[in-house]
Write a protein that binds this ligand. Structure first.
Ligand SMILES: C[S@@+](CC[C@H](N)C(=O)[O-])C[C@H]1O[C@@H](n2cnc3c(N)ncnc32)[C@H](O)[C@@H]1O
Length: 332
C-alpha cells in the first residue's frame, strides 16, 4: 500500500472473496495479515479457518482480538512468509493462500518504522524480523553498492548522482531521513512526474532492508507446495518489480513441464497451475475513488491442478540479478 489512504482499506477485497469462495468453508492462509482485513472477512463465513502470518509483531494486537472472537478457527504466527514451510502444513487441506505485498496503512503511519518520506522519524524501514535498518544501509555501504540498490530496487535514473552525494555528505554527519530527502531534492530538482521525488529511493531501501525479493520468491514456492489440488494462490503486488516476479512464476508454472523432474515424464500430463486470466485484475473505479493508494495494485492468481508437493522452477536463475543485489546486505 502507499501513503495517503484515508484509513485502513483491504485492497481488492471483493475480488479476492469471489475467487476464494469462503462460503464453501475451508482453511486459508493469509500470508500478510496486517490489520486482518482479508482474514476478518473470511472468518465471517461459517466453517472457515485462517492461519495468518505477519512479520510485524504489532499485528499481534489485532490478531489477539480475532483469536478470542473466533476461538479455534484462527491461528496467528509472527514470522516471515518465506518460512511458511516451518508451519508443517503438508497434510492440511489448504484451499487458498493470499499475499498482499508491501506495507500497511498502519505501518506507514508508524513514525518509528520510518517507511514514509513524510515521516519525521529516523531512517529505519524494518517491517519486523530484520538484520539491519535503512540507516545502516545509507551510512555503511559504499557508493557502488548504494547505486546498485537504488537502480535495481527503485529503478531510479539518478542512482549514481544520489549515491555520490550521500557518500560525500556522510563524511561530515550521519545521514538521517531529513538529510536523505534534501539530497534527493537537490539531485531531482526538476520533477515532472506525478510521484514524489523520493518515492523510488524509499522503495529501493524498503525492498533491500526487508529482503523483499527473496521473501517473495521463497514465499511463492512454499505456498505452491502446501496448497492442495484446486486450491488457489493469490498475489496482490504494488510495484513493477514484484509484479514481474509473480507474473513469471505463474506463467512458467502454468505451462507444461513444470512438475518435478523426479516424476516420470509419462506421468506429467499437466502443469502446476491453471490461470483463469493471463492479465492481472485491477481495482474497480469505485475502489480507486475510495482508496487512491490502491491505484498501483495488481492481482494475479492461479488454481493448483495437482497434488504435487515438489516442482521445478528456474525462478532463482531468472531473478539472480536481483538476488545478488540483496546479498550486498550480508556484510551489514
Ligand atoms: C499491505 S499489508 C496487508 C494488509 C492486509 N491484507 C489487511 O487487509 O489488513 C502487508 C503486510 O504484510 C506484512 N509483510 C510484508 N512482508 C512480509 C513477509 N515477508 N512476511 C510476513 N509478513 C510480511 C507487513 O508487515 C504488512 O503488515
Amino acid at each position: 500500500m502507499l501513503p495517503d489512504a484515508p484509513k485502513h482499506y483491504p485492497v481488492l477485497l471483493n475480488e479476492i472473496i469471489s475467487i476464494i469462495t469462503p462460503q464453501h468453508g475451508g482453511t486459508f492462509i493469509d500470508c500478510t495479515f496486517g490489520q486482518g482485513g482479508y482474514t476478518k472477512k473470511i472468518l465471517s463465513y461459517d466453517h472457515t479457518q485462517v492461519i495468518a502470518i505477519d512479520r510485524d509483531k504489532k499485528s499481534k494486537t489485532q490478531a489477539d482480538k480475532l483469536k478470542e472472537k473466533y476461538e479455534g478457527r484462527f491461528i496467528f504466527k509472527n514470522q516471515r512468509f518465506s518460512k511458511l514451510n516451518n508451519l508443517k502444513l503438508k497434510n492440511k487441506y489448504i484451499r487458498g493462500i493470499i499475499f498482499d505485498l508491501g506495507f500497511s496503512y498502519t505501518q506507514i503511519k508508524d513514525e518509528t518504522k520510518g517507511l514514509s518520506f513524510r515521516s519525521s522519524g529516523e531512517l529505519n524501514m524494518r517491517m519486523g524480523i530484520n538484520d539491519f535498518s535503512a540507516k545502516d544501509v545509507i551510512n555503511k555501504l559504499d557508493k557502488k553498492e548504494l547505486e546498485k540498490i537504488f537502480k535495481f530496487f527503485g529503478e531510479e535514473k539518478e542512482s549514481k548522482k544520489i549515491s555520490n552525494i550521500i557518500v560525500q555528505k556522510r563524511r561530515n554527519h550521519e545521514i538521517d531521513n531529513k538529510s536523505l530527502l534534501e539530497i534527493i531534492k537537490r539531485v531531482k530538482r526538476k520533477n515532472n512526474t506525478k510521484i514524489h521525488n523520493a518515492t523510488k529511493i524509499f522503495q529501493a531501501l524498503r525492498i533491500f532492508v526487508n529482503k523483499e525479493i527473496s521473501e517473495l520468491i521463497h514465499g511463492l514456492i512454499a505456498a505452491s507446495k502446501v496448497l492442495k489440488k484446486d486450491g488457489v494462490l493469490i498475489v496482490v503486488t504494488f510495484n513493477s518489480i514484484e509484479d514481474k516476479i509473480v507474473k513469471y512464476f505463474f506463467r512458467t508454472l502454468s505451462e507444461k513441464k513444470s512438475i518435478s523432474r523426479y516424476v516420470p515424464k509419462l506421468e506429467q500430463p499437466e502443469s502446476l497451475f491453471k490461470l483463469v486470466k493471463k492479465k492481472p485484475i485491477f481495482p474497480s473505479s469505485q475502489e480507486l475513488r475510495e482508496n487512491l493508494p490502491s491505484r498501483s495494485a495488481k492481482l494475479r492468481y492461479g488454481f493448483k491442478k495437482r497434488n504435487f508437493y515438489n516442482f521445478d522452477t528456474d525462478i532463482f536463475e531468472k531473478f539472480k540479478y536481483l538476488l545478488d543485489v540483496e546479498k550486498i546486505g550480508d556484510k551489514l
